[in-house]
Write a protein that binds this ligand. Structure first.
Ligand SMILES: [Zn+2]
Length: 461
């Protein structure tokens, strides 16, 4: 090796080390003041399309300035864009579950399916909630399914098995979270009716009968709110005890709305909504009231949890209802941001943990036909079909706006022929901490410099 090449090599090593040091050392220092992560569980590109067609207008987050695709596979997996579009069936294998995907977003580490912030070697992983609360920031989770269910669990709990709901609930209620909202009420069914006979496991979602008793009698350290009116009052900033931790438990068993009634295959809103529970938007507003009290800022995760459940059930009507409820929660977050310091202070990320249902237009299928959904106008179900009842390994969409959203560009350094540049779900964690990518993402002439919008136009999606 001659002298010139040697010194060039040294300069390169030095540059990499400096970048690495900057990257590692940046810690939370570069993190936005507030981070709101909104996860549509099971939400794919066509989930968004179906709801937008039904609504007759784009969903609020489709207008965000930063848009990429995200790979979601669990530890040991992968995603091959060429294979994904060469065979309609490719994405039916290798899919993540919500636990591995939410762990990736909350910790930046890939694990195997079923694990809540635990590696295969049973090592506990520090989460975004742990990191933010260590900085004196407030933290919270909101969902439309039981609060101890997997996605909110992965923000704050650690367990080798996502189904250990009672243990997860106990850890969440003992930990740093300042606000927790969701379903999982032991005294009500899926229609919001009071149950008189308790089934085994009735208290699992709230951490067992003893913890429930403590929550009810006020000795748990949590302010428990349950009625729709209580949620609405909190959303308006009423009834808030300063400094109190708030558990908002909607009076319903599994979901706010998705499991109600008899005909879950009915068109959207054909069956009346449960009238005794808040919307996800009202819950989001209430959670923000609690979190905004902290002058140092906060992390909030909001999950549209039953989008996935509707897709597993092949319920197109309920899927659209859940997606629109989620979009309204995003609109509530946008309104809060625009009236509380603006986009310079808060990063808003809307994404998904995985696609569920392999939702495509009629006529899709073997060997490699991906037909678009058919828009039949507002208020009418689009032409769409579920081609799978489980999760897929398809890329999911990500929409972002606000403080630090530009950092996503540095991570979106792989390209899918139809979805455009994409990042990995673990990299969402890095952006939430305000960490810039140290890899150089842009290779001129390979299409990487094109925006997602350009890519979508080019392929007609
Ligand atoms: Zn699922």
């Amino acid at each position: 090796m001659n002298r010139g090449r040697k010194s060039l090599l040294l300069i390169r090593i030095w540059a990499v080390l400096v970048l690495l040091a900057l990257w590692v050392g940046s810690g939370l220092a570069g993190a936005p003041r507030n981070v709101i992560l909104m996860i549509g569980d099971g939400m794919g590109y066509n989930t968004v399309r179906a709801a937008a067609y039904y609504q007759g207008a784009s969903l609020v987050f489709e207008g965000f300035p930063v848009k990429y695709a995200v790979s979601t596979y669990p530890r040991g997996g992968g995603y091959d864009p060429q294979k994904a579009w060469a065979s309609f069936d490719y994405v039916k294998s290798g899919a993540t579950d919500s636990a591995a995907a939410a762990t990736a977003m909350a910790t930046g580490v890939k694990t195997s399916n079923g694990r809540v912030n635990m590696t295969e070697q049973h090592r506990k992983l520090k989460t975004i909630v742990d990191l933010f609360s260590e900085q004196g920031k407030a933290t919270g989770v909101v969902t439309s399914v039981p609060f101890s269910h997997t996605t909110p669990a992965c923000m704050a709990a650690h367990n080798g098995n996502r189904n250990h709901y009672a243990a997860i609930a106990r850890e969440m209620l003992a930990g740093p979270l300042d606000v927790i909202m969701g379903a999982g009420h032991p005294d009500y069914d899926d229609n919001g009716q009071r149950v008189t006979i308790k089934m085994p496991g009735a208290y699992k979602y709230v951490g067992g009968p003893f913890l429930w008793a403590a929550l009810k009698n006020g000795t748990s350290g949590w302010q428990l709110i349950e009625t729709k009116r209580d949620f609405e009052n909190l959303a308006e900033g009423k009834g808030l005890k300063p400094g109190a931790k708030v558990l908002g438990l909607a009076r319903v068993r599994h979901t706010l709305q998705q499991k109600r009634g008899w005909d879950t295959l009915a068109p959207p809103y054909a069956e009346p909504l449960n009238s005794s529970v808040p919307t996800l938007a009202v819950m989001t507003q209430g959670a923000l009231r609690v979190l905004e009290q902290n002058p140092r800022g906060f992390f909030l995760m909001v999950e549209g949890g039953a989008i996935d459940w509707a897709a597993h059930g092949q319920q197109l009507g309920r899927l659209i209802e859940e997606e629109l409820d989620f979009a309204q929660a995003v609109a509530a977050a946008v309104e809060w941001i625009e009236t509380h310091g603006g986009w310079e202070k808060t990063l808003l990320i809307v994404t998904s943990d995985h696609e569920t249902g392999h939702l495509w237009g009629p006529g899709s299928g073997l060997p490699h036909t991906f037909a678009p959904l058919v828009n039949k106008g507002p208020g009418r179900l689009p032409g769409a079909k579920f081609f799978f009842a489980e999760h897929t390994n398809a890329l999911v969409p990500l929409y972002a706006k606000g403080a630090g959203a530009e950092l996503f560009a540095g991570y979106a350094n792989e390209v899918d022929p139809k979805r455009g540049p994409y990042l990995d779900n673990t990299e969402i964690f890095q952006v939430m901490l305000g960490k810039a990518a140290w890899r150089i993402p842009v290779k001129k002439g390979k299409g990487l410099e094109k925006s997602a919008a350009t890519w979508k136009e080019a392929v007609g999606f």
